[in-house]
Write a protein that binds this ligand. Structure first.
Ligand code: BG6
Length: 489
């Protein structure tokens, strides 16, 4: 099979993402021989590093994240560092020279992946300069991979998009949502569209509600500066949670092709019941953690964290109800929740089926167990189907049983990291698991109403203790519809 061959240029190569995710992912792609052995990576950053310093940073990053690593020196020898000033055209010209030298050295046919992993305020400037200084005009392909945050609201996202679109066409742009690289998020489609059992009941006649939870144990850590201006709504809901909802709700695509899949996701977003600012309290709940116990250790509240305003109005928790007003989903709430400093690190989807029209086992006190399909995204990966069966022994008692499939229980190491899959897709030119501008803009416009409503009303924060599942109002959100959150552990 033809292996992708390219120079990967990482802007922000001295940063945290490069170190934690990108280098180890490239290493795994190299080791599993998914990319051509003649590859090159150019790290770009403001710090005046040498190639040697950069390479030792790359080796360290791999040693600390991969248990058995070998031939690190050989691997790291493909990495080059270019100290650089974002706004200075001569920096780009030097980079250009370096890239064509590397093309020559490794026999790369002018293929370039420009990976933006630095502060988002520079994304536009970099993209523009790459084009004006001729770095994208090669014989091969040029692609722009762009990290979040993609804007802060619709107007800023639009502005960023306009800037990068001056230099790259939509099909050259790969907007990262790393949840789309997760094994089990990709599995949503397969579970839905390859099982007659599920697809035939995947609608408002049989499903009563769907719950998507993405909880974290960690607090804001050292990201206060970013998070204060973001909050859980922008940090998690606009992208990861809404993407999962789109995959759960979309119609089967005509084919498994990028454009077909994306256009089905876009249709879901268009069918979202729009909120007015006045509606927001009926559909969305926000929370902020106060001090508490996280995994048996006392931890401070959000307002005590560094770089956080002691009177901060920023939410670290969001729960919401999304209604998708189309034929398939009319009347079925999609509940989502996410937050920092919750009880467990876990992402799960629970599909709750409707009760049967009549309960023959009503004498049994413990008889009402709706069927659930649980999709475990992380840390465990798999699915569980909750059914009812006869209890062993006498009587017609019903007992809830579980059919479990765990895909990462046997060998955890086989699951590729989200970033590994996404970088590989980007190198192959498969944009399916990246977000199209239409998805990004629709999700921002949905979320913007909520942030506006929240900005104009100060919240009573903190309203949940660290180490808990969020504010009481999040439970009430479901209770008023006659539902409750299914436990995630
Ligand atoms: C990121 C957010 O996009 O996703 C972080 O900025 C969050 O705040 C992270 O912690 C969660 O990702 P994962 O893969 O650990 O669930």
């Amino acid at each position: 099979e033809h292996k992708p061959k390219a120079v990967i240029v990482i802007f922000g190569a001295t940063g945290d993402l490069a170190k934690r995710k990108l280098f180890p992912s490239i290493y795994r792609l190299h080791r599993s021989k998914k990319i051509d052995s003649d590859f090159a990576v150019v790290g770009v950053g403001r710090r005046p590093w040498t190639n040697e310093e950069f390479r030792s940073n790359v080796s360290d990053s791999i040693q600390s994240s991969i248990k058995q690593s070998s031939e690190l020196d050989e691997f790291a020898s493909h990495f080059y560092y270019h100290p650089f000033d974002v706004t200075n055209p001569s920096s780009y010209l030097e980079l250009k020279g370096m890239l064509s030298d590397l093309d020559g050295k490794y026999g790369i046919p002018g293929n370039r992946m420009f990976y933006m992993a630095m502060a988002p305020e520079f994304f536009g400037t970099i993209a523009r300069n790459l084009k004006s200084e001729g770095l994208t005009a090669t014989e091969g392909w040029s692609r722009l991979v762009i990290e979040k945050p993609f804007g802060h609201d619709l107007p800023s996202a639009q502005e960023l998009n306009d800037e990068i679109r001056e230099a790259f066409s939509e099909d050259q742009i790969y907007r990262i949502d790393h949840y789309l690289g997760k094994q089990m998020v990709q599995n949503i489609e397969v579970i839905r569209f390859s099982n007659a059992l599920f697809e035939s009941v995947w609608n408002n006649r049989y499903i009563s509600n769907i719950q998507v939870t993405s909880s974290e144990v960690l607090g804001v850590e050292d990201r206060g500066r970013y998070y204060e201006n973001s909050g859980a709504l922008r940090d998690m809901v606009q992208n990861h949670l809404m993407q999962m909802v789109a995959l759960l709700a979309m119609e089967p695509p005509i084919k498994l092709e990028t454009d077909e899949i994306r256009s089905e996701k876009v249709k879901v977003m268009r069918a979202l019941r729009p909120l007015t600012e006045k509606d927001v309290p009926d559909y969305f709940v926000r929370g902020q953690y106060g001090k508490g116990e996280s995994e048996e250790v006392s931890v401070p509240g959000y307002r005590e964290e560094s770089n956080v305003d002691p009177e901060s109005n920023t939410e670290t928790y969001v729960a919401g109800k999304l209604m998708i007003d189309n034929f398939r989903w009319a009347g079925v709430p999609f509940y989502i929740r996410t937050g920092k400093r919750m009880t467990a690190k876990s992402t799960k989807i629970v599909v709750q089926f409707k009760d049967l029209p009549m309960n023959l086992y009503s004498n049994d006190v413990d008889s009402k167990h709706p069927n659930l399909l649980v999709i475990h995204i992380q840390p465990d990966e798999g699915i569980t189907l909750h059914l009812n069966a006869k209890e062993a022994g006498g009587g017609s008692y019903v007992k809830p049983i579980k059919l479990d499939y765990c895909s990462n229980c046997v060998d955890q190491f086989n699951t590729p990291e989200a970033y590994e899959k996404l970088i590989y897709d980007g190198l192959r030119g498969d944009a399916t698991n990246f977000t199209h501008w239409d998805e990004v803009s629709l999700s921002w416009s949905y979320v913007d109403t909520i942030s506006k409503a929240w900005e104009t009303h100060k919240a009573e924060f903190p309203n949940y203790a660290a180490g808990t599942m969020g504010p009481k109002a999040a439970d009430e959100l479901l209770e008023k519809d006659g539902f409750h959150w299914w436990p995630i552990t």
